[in-house]
Design a protein around this ligand. Structure first.
Ligand SMILES: [Zn+2]
Length: 158
């Protein structure tokens, strides 16, 4: 069968269930699917934003138009807007999963692990809903979006 893994935060007693976020649970499956990329969001640490950042959607949407000469003014205007946004402070919503695990003791816990932490997870907080919500707001590549599975067995105490 193979060993299954869940992402856990030992300090906050929170976890992300791979099946809840529409993924699969073996280590190679965490590694080879978009679900493994959620750690970039969970572990982000910065009080400011920048282009390509989670809090830089406005800068990622900058319209550069075509390469036609008459658009030079527009292009320069958009570039200046982007530069002006660099380093601006961010104020995430209170329940945001962005940076939520930065600096904490975080692990991918296997169900074969001697700690038996896996068995305790039903009493911990499952933050999969927040992760899917925040990830999909950030990720604009359709194939890399996550799909919340409301029928996951972990949501039924199983
Ligand atoms: Zn689940």
């Amino acid at each position: 069968m193979g060993q299954y893994f869940k992402a856990v935060n030992l300090d906050k007693k929170e976890y992300v269930c791979p099946w809840c976020i529409g993924g699969v649970a073996k280590l190679i499956e965490w590694a080879a699917n978009p679900q493994g990329a959620i750690f970039t969001m969970l572990l982000r640490k910065s009080s400011a934003s920048g282009g390509g950042d989670y809090y830089g959607p406005a800068s990622r949407d900058i319209y550069l138009g075509s390469n036609e000469a008459e658009n030079v003014d527009l292009v320069m205007q958009e570039i200046f807007k982007g530069v002006a946004m660099e380093g601006r402070p961010v104020s995430p919503r209170a329940d945001s999963s962005v940076g939520r695990w930065a600096g904490d003791r975080v692990a991918l816990i296997g169900d074969y692990d001697a700690s038996k932490l896996w068995d305790e997870l039903p009493s911990w907080k499952n933050i999969s809903d927040e992760v899917v919500r925040d990830w999909n707001a950030f990720m604009d590549i359709p194939d890399l979006k996550l799909c919340l599975n409301p029928d996951c067995s972990c949501r039924k105490g199983g």
